[in-house]
Design a protein around this ligand. Structure first.
Ligand code: CO
Length: 432
């Protein structure tokens, strides 16, 4: 991966993937380009050795894999896991709200969003819409309005003298964005607007009613390289589309010697308990189907798992120079300091000394610096798909990630050099 090419592709991917649905569609396009064959969960599969495939669940979780030519029971699976979702605001099913002549949208908070940065942003809307055609058939499509169509204005400081003193946000009251100012007696229906958009902009001429949608707000500000020496990458959804892009590139470019698997799960930010989430059966069922293509013996799957490793890639907290005391003094990963190995005694991260040693040896062999993160003993630790997948499969796992600032903000930042180094580590992990 040349750094320049990767930067252009990465920035485009981040901007063009405002929702998990769009991220999965864009990853699918990359895989098609690389001659991965698309599978359908509802079909019978006949997998071949030395081949490349991918499969979706709910349009928002994707598993891509190379079958390699090694014996699975003996060599196992090399699995890398990430997630496609990011904390944000999601439209309520009947979002129409009118106040003082302004058409607004009712929203829920998806995941652990840092809410203050959502105010005074140029927001747009994207997601999935399910609709009925004139002949009664059902269809679904992705939408992305792209234009800044909504905003959540702050309250002026003159009307809230304590605004700079740690003001709380009333989520139900303060978050509905403004979409437009209505003329006297004008009515607005978001579903009617969506239907018109489908018919006029997406050439869905036969659409005659919107039945359901999963639509998210997002910031239209483009990703950028930031800082006097452009050492930083700023974007929405770096957690965890950055890892998705890096790991996808590593899978596409790795050798097809071993069974290499990439799983990018939806619903990590809300606990992973869903059909498409890491606690659902998707990954296990795909691994079992890979196994069945090679062996009917009952214990071969367990043998393969015992010989497998999961590399869970998700962003880490870089030490913030203004808040260094929030990190343990001996574990202060910095941006552009190389992959961060994440460890937690209470298994909020799944790294164990075997899997940590493996990653450190890969980094050492590649000449790549590595860092470690452990939470302060008096703070609760976040988690990843790592422990959930480890528990579901019984697979040895290591949690790593890129050090970042402002995790779960509408605009996060990370070190641009880490993109290349983590990409190299993931590719070496697949090839080892
Ligand atoms: Co994450």
């Amino acid at each position: 991966m040349k750094v320049e090419d990767s930067q252009v592709g990465l920035l485009q991917f981040l901007q063009q993937s405002p929702t998990p649905f769009h991220a999965v569609a864009n990853m699918s396009a990359v895989l098609e380009e690389a001659s991965f064959e698309r599978l359908d969960l509802a079909d019978a599969w006949s997998l071949q050795k030395n081949s490349s495939y991918y499969v979706l669940r709910n349009d928002s979780t994707i598993i891509a894999f190379k079958t390699g030519n090694a014996i699975l029971a003996e060599q196992g699976f090399r699995i890398t896991g990430t997630h496609t979702d990011s904390p944000c605001l999601k439209l309520k099913p009947q979002p129409d709200v009118v106040n003082h002549g302004y058409a607004q949208l009712g929203v829920e908070v998806y995941g652990g969003a840092l809410l203050h940065p959502w105010f005074d942003r140029d927001l747009s809307l994207a997601g999935r819409v399910n609709f009925q055609n004139a002949d009664g058939s059902l269809e679904a499509t992705l939408v992305d309005l792209r234009d800044p169509v909504a905003f959540i204005p702050s309250l002026a400081i003159h009307l809230d003298k304590t605004a700079n003193d740690g003001r709380l946000i009333d989520k139900q009251k303060e978050l509905p964005p403004i979409l437009l100012q209505l003329d006297a007696d004008e009515k607005f229906s978001f579903d009617e607007f969506l239907l018109h958009h489908l018919q006029e902009k997406l050439a869905k001429k036969d659409a005659n009613s919107v039945l359901a949608h999963e639509i998210f707000l997002y910031d239209t500000q483009a990703p950028s390289l930031l800082g006097l020496r452009k050492q930083f990458l700023a974007s929405a959804r770096l957690d965890n589309l950055l890892s998705c892009h890096i790991a996808l590139d590593a899978l596409v470019n790795c050798d097809n010697n071993y069974a290499s698997v990439l799983v990018c799960n939806d619903h990590e930010e809300v606990g992973s308990v869903s059909a498409a989430g890491a606690e659902g059966p998707f990954l296990k069922s795909v691994l079992q189907r890979m196994m069945e293509a090679e062996s009917k013996s009952n214990d071969d799957f367990d043998r393969a798992i015992q010989n497998s490793v999961l590399l869970s890639v998700d962003n880490a907290h870089g030490v913030h120079p203004n808040f260094a005391e929030m990190h343990d003094s001996a574990h202060q990963p910095v941006l552009n300091g190389g992959p961060v190995i994440k460890i937690n005694a209470n298994q909020r991260y799944a790294s164990n000394s075997h899997s940590i040693a493996l990653i450190k040896s890969l980094c050492n062999r590649l000449g790549i610096k590595h860092q470690s993160f452990v939470m302060r003993t008096d703070l609760a630790c976040g988690s990843t798909i790592g422990p959930i997948t480890a528990a579901a499969l019984g697979i040895s796992t290591v949690d790593i990630g890129i050090a970042s600032f402002a995790m779960h903000s509408i605009r996060e930042s990370a070190g641009i050099e880490d993109v290349q180094s983590v990409n190299s580590v993931v590719q070496a992990f697949f090839n080892r």
